[in-house]
Design a binder for this molecule. Structure first.
Ligand code: NAD
Length: 378
């Protein structure tokens, strides 16, 4: 089978679905691989590097899509990309079927087998394919880099001949994959870090990085929902949590918000009043900007300064570290494709009895297969 890697067309997207290193490994699995000319350029992967890895370089996007049995992408197909898909092809990319019902119908009607990287079940066996986690890890790290760029001070405390410098104080709201990466990065840079999450089990993880877990005395309510994910909290809980953030906002220099609940809009946790109470020159990075934002003054895709506070609402954070993101994403893809190629003969197999493949396959053979059946309780 032939695997094709097109250049991403979404505005501002710099990642590429496969690096030259992974292309070479896919060839060893028996596939022939083609890449659209320039597909990796924005992520620092040159056509020459792909060619050296044994990859065919194809000049036109139409030709690349037409000759591929399997298309590997980062973003869900859009515009002309959807029209280029043809019956029998397999597409593997982020797809977000809940948010894109029209795309899902279109893919189904076109007879595509579509595998959504955002639907890989988050079970231990599938961690190596978990692109949501690999991208969240990068987002958490980059959130701190972005904060540092807009913050006019050191993170670490210093005693210098020119005077004593206090360490910066960072509050991280939500300690999932991105939040924990942000905590680790800010600690590494020497900041004092505090964090809050509705799931109390993250306390240990936060403390293991020498950060402080902010406790809320709410014994009857625990934020851990199905499968270990967050659930929607009561109004009382959110009120108490926001009172805690109102106190913290006046004290900290940087707030990174990462609070999300699967399938729901992001909870609004940081108000304009809290922003007003922050010191001039403070920074808020809202990693939930794409899902509506945790801060009410966030403008998705932009950096705005309100009441002297920079509020960063970028929605393309992993793409801002395109070389790293492409490397980890293509490793996730490679691990998935390896499991789908049991014969190592360049032929993928859509095994709907495999829990991971079943969970991620959103349509095949003209039928929509999303959402998958609930996992069996053992
Ligand atoms: P996420 O991006 O969906 O949410 C980010 C965080 O926001 C979560 O920790 C959530 O509890 C928190 N949150 C939600 N509402 C909040 C509120 N009102 N206030 C404060 N915080 C709030 O989460 P994620 O990073 O995708 O990970 C969530 C869970 O999934 C974690 O337990 C993680 O360990 C687990 N996980 C498991 C696997 C695996 O087993 N393969 C892989 C990845 C993640």
């Amino acid at each position: 089978m032939k695997i094709g890697i097109p250049k991403e067309i979404h505005q501002g997207e710099r990642r590429v679905a496969s690096t030259p290193e992974v292309v070479a490994k896919l060839s060893k699995l028996g596939f022939s691989v083609a890449v659209e000319a320039g597909a990796g350029a924005a992520a620092s992967y040159t056509d020459d590097a792909y060619a050296a890895a044994g990859c065919e370089i194809v000049g036109s996007a139409n030709d690349l899509w037409a000759q591929s049995d399997v298309v590997l992408k980062i973003r869900a197909p859009e515009g002309d990309e959807v029209k280029r898909l043809k019956s029998g092809q397999t597409l593997i990319s982020f797809l977000w079927p809940a948010q894109n019902p029209d795309l899902l119908k279109n893919l189904t009607d076109r007879g595509i087998t579509a595998i959504a990287m955002d639907c890989i079940p988050r079970i231990s066996r599938a961690q190596k394919m978990d692109a949501l986690s690999s991208m969240s890890n990068i987002s958490g790290y980059r959130a701190i880099v972005e904060a540092a760029e807009h913050f006019g001070r050191f993170f670490t405390g210093q005693i210098t001949a020119a005077g004593k410098v206090q360490p910066a104080k960072v509050l991280v709201i939500g300690a999932g994959v991105a939040g924990l990466a942000a905590i680790g990065t800010a600690r590494g840079m020497g900041a004092i870090v505090r964090s809050f999450d509705t799931r109390p089990e993250v306390k240990e993880q936060i403390e293991s990085m020498d950060a402080q877990f902010l406790m809320l005395d709410f014994k009857d309510e625990n934020g851990t929902g199905e499968g270990g994910y967050a659930k929607v909290m009561s109004d009382e809980f959110i009120k108490a949590e926001m009172a805690l953030f109102a106190e913290q906002a006046a004290d900290v220099d940087i707030i990174v918000t990462t609070a999300l609940i699967p399938g729901k809009p992001a909870p609004r946790l940081i108000t304009a009043e809290m922003i007003k109470s922050m010191k001039a020159g403070s920074v808020v990075v809202d990693l939930a900007a794409e899902q509506g934002g945790n801060c009410e003054l966030t403008e998705p895709g932009k950096v705005v300064v309100k009441h002297g506070v920079s509020i960063i609402g970028y929605t393309d954070i992993p793409s801002r570290m395109a070389t790293q993101s492409s490397q980890l994403y293509s490793n996730n893809l490679y691990n998935l494709i390896t499991d789908m190629t049991p014969g190592k003969n360049g032929e993928i197999l859509i095994d709907m009895d495999d829990e991971v493949i079943r969970g991620a396959t959103v349509c095949t053979g003209g039928k929509t297969t999303w959402p998958p059946p609930a996992p069996k309780l053992s």
